[in-house]
Design a protein. Structure first.
Length: 355
């Protein structure tokens, strides 16, 4: 069992281990009831957990839709309905079992029921394990945009089960690795070394190297959210590659994997860092090598789309006044949040990634 701790007022442990999901009973704090919110693909694991806890905890199951379809107010209402009908109290617990969208929704249900009940998250994707599940961001989407309704609600524990991650389709795991590479670029270049040394091992969470890469990426996230739970400052660095990445996701009508969009966004941010912050050519090349060649993620985007991407970025929540704000790098592991007012610089960086 590998443990990474989030510290501060909202502290908790992230446990990374084979079979971690089956130990959820240890983290329920004596709850009499638990609502286990899960994606359809996790129905078998959910039933197994219910069976394991039978006799000690009454586990209610709520199967929710896959992906972003889970993050609708109707789905939250479906879960609230189950809680209301089962006399769920403040000493009971909500467990989220699934990818980032499922745990965002489950966390939102936990945050809002009786103004907040105990929440355990069991991420079943790489992206969920190293990003969405750690840090207490919960929320749902509205017709006006993603994550506009939500709350910071820290989990009591995050259980990363490497047996589940090992079963992921390879394309899914590779896309999740975009967030792992991000942790390497912004804070821990040892992650980059390990990916470059043996990509096959790094991608396999059952190997020592795979576990180490996961642990290090979770540590980066844990360190940042321990310092800045509610995103007043340093937490913003986690958005490296996300300003353009979100605009690409929007342009692709959210059919692209998040990791693919932020892969392009990180190469763009690296190019912009080279032009404005003196990031070395070698560091920029390393982005393309790791993301493109080793992980097989896209690192370029069609040239003709710039104007509409720019318009979307302007609506990004980080825009302040006229200038767009980006997370840039002075060097590897030296991030800075910078306003870039000069559109010709943005266009020049985009030209470097236009395919
Ligand atoms: N995914 C970025 C954050 O948790 O702040």
């Amino acid at each position: 069992m590998t443990t990474v701790s989030v510290t501060g007022d909202n502290g908790y442990d992230v446990q990374v281990a084979s079979g971690a999901s089956l130990r959820v009973g240890e983290y329920l704090g004596g709850a009499a009831q638990a609502l286990l919110i899960h994606q359809p693909v996790m129905a078998g694991r959910a039933a197994e957990i219910r069976e394991l806890l039978a006799g000690t905890v009454n586990v209610l199951l709520a199967e929710i839709p896959d992906g972003e379809d889970a993050k609708r107010v109707e789905v939250a209402a479906f879960c609230w309905g189950i809680l209301g009908q089962s006399d769920f109290t403040r000493s009971d617990a909500v467990v989220g079992l699934g990818g980032g969208a499922a745990t965002d929704l489950a966390g939102f249900v936990a945050a809002t029921w009786l103004r907040g009940v105990r929440f355990i998250t069991i991420p079943t994707t790489v992206l969920g394990a190293v990003d969405a599940s750690v840090g207490g961001k919960t929320g749902i989407n509205t017709a006006e945009g993603k994550n506009l309704v939500g709350s910071f609600h820290a989990p009591h524990a995050v259980l990363v089960d490497t047996d589940i991650l090992a079963e992921l389709p390879e394309t899914e795991a590779r896309a999740g690795f975009a967030e792992i590479a991000k942790a390497g670029f912004i804070a821990d270049p040892v992650i980059l070394d390990l990916i470059e040394k043996d990509i096959t091992e790094a991608l396999d969470p059952t190997t020592e190297v795979g576990l180490e890469v996961l642990r290090r990426a979770i540590q980066v996230k844990a360190t940042v959210v321990s310092q800045d739970f509610t995103e007043q400052g340093v937490r913003e660095i986690l958005n490296y590659g996300h300003t353009l990445g979100h605009a690409i996701e929007h342009a692709e009508r959210y059919r692209w994997r998040h990791g693919a969009a932020i892969s392009i966004g990180m190469v763009f941010a690296a190019e912009l860092s080279r032009m404005t912050r003196g990031l070395s050519d070698a560091a920029v090349d390393r982005h393309r090598h790791i993301l493109g060649e080793l992980l097989g993620l896209p690192v370029s985007y069609p040239g003709g789309r710039w104007e509409s991407l720019l318009a979307t970025m302007r609506r990004d929540k980080k825009a302040r006044g006229a200038a767009l704000r980006f997370v840039l790098l002075d060097d590897l592991a030296r991030p800075t949040v910078t306003a870039v007012a000069d559109e010709s610089l943005l266009f020049a960086a985009y030209s470097e990634i236009a395919g």
